[in-house]
Design a protein around this ligand. Structure first.
Ligand code: GLP
Length: 243
């Protein structure tokens, strides 16, 4: 039931992913989108902004929940995922902050914040479409290995490899990257009505092959998507090259 799409170019892969999301927004009007961050998604959000500006794609009814946020970074911090989302998507397509949700990395009680986040997802009626990238450790969201497939939104410790992967936003210093994050759990992600994973470039080829063809289990949290009944994976030729 996993639908795999491999495109020749990076641009086609991005356009397929953006088209998938835009189709749901146009058809439903008020979907609940699960959103992801990372460099891969920057191009997807640019493509969605272009559809808003050029075709009038209307985001005013959309509700969103992001996968994760760094512990200790407030929404005004340019390195936070709050800031990433506002600058790349929310402010550009007119999604008011009352419609958008990310875990609060500055919450004094992280456990309470994570429980409240789960409750907010439930009260919104659940996530219709969850967008996913993949990290070098095989994570979805920030679900570092091992992450049980029934894990929920919680505070996690980030692997060294993940802090290295994301160091560009932190002056290329992995030690400056927060060592903890709040993330939706694998179980939370699997409850979305459908999943859309996007991976680009040769640097992702090996981990993509392990996630899609290796053992399904908590050592590679991305492998969990193979258990979902409605899952689409979009790859460019480079990220698919080890399949
Ligand atoms: C971060 C996010 C992940 C994302 C990953 C991929 O770790 N928490 O959800 O999948 O980045 O990053 P990139 O797209 O920059 O390779």
């Amino acid at each position: 039931s996993m639908h795999l799409i491999v495109t020749d170019t990076r641009e086609e892969a991005v356009n397929r992913a953006a088209g998938f999301i835009a189709g749901l927004v146009a058809q439903r009007g008020d979907p609940v989108l699960g959103l992801a961050t990372g460099r891969t998604m920057e191009d997807v959000y640019r493509a969605l902004v272009a559809r808003h500006e050029q075709e009038g794609l209307d985001f005013s009814g959309v509700t969103s929940f992001n996968l994760d946020e760094y512990v200790g970074l407030g929404p005004e911090d340019v390195r936070s995922y709050h800031h990433y989302m506002r600058s790349l998507l929310f402010d550009r397509v007119g999604m008011p902050s009352s419609h958008t949700h990310l875990p609060d990395g500055t919450a004094h009680d992280p456990d309470a914040e994570c429980a409240a986040y789960e409750k907010a997802i439930r009260e919104a009626g659940g996530i219709d479409l969850q967008l996913l990238g993949i990290g070098d450790t095989g994570h979805i969201g920030f679900n570092e290995p091992p992450s049980p497939f029934d894990s929920r939104t919680r505070c996690v410790r980030l692997d060294r490899q993940t802090r290295e992967q994301n160091a560009a936003m932190f002056g290329n210093d992995p030690d400056a990257v927060p060592d903890r994050a709040l993330t939706m759990g694998v179980g939370t992600i699997l409850e979305a009505d459908s999943l859309l994973m996007l991976a680009l470039g040769s640097a992702k080829a090996e981990i993509v092959a392990r996630a899609l063809e290796g053992p399904v289990g908590p050592e590679i949290s991305a492998s969990a998507i193979r258990l979902h009944p409605r899952c689409t994976v979009i790859l460019d030729a480079r990220s698919a090259s080890a399949l």
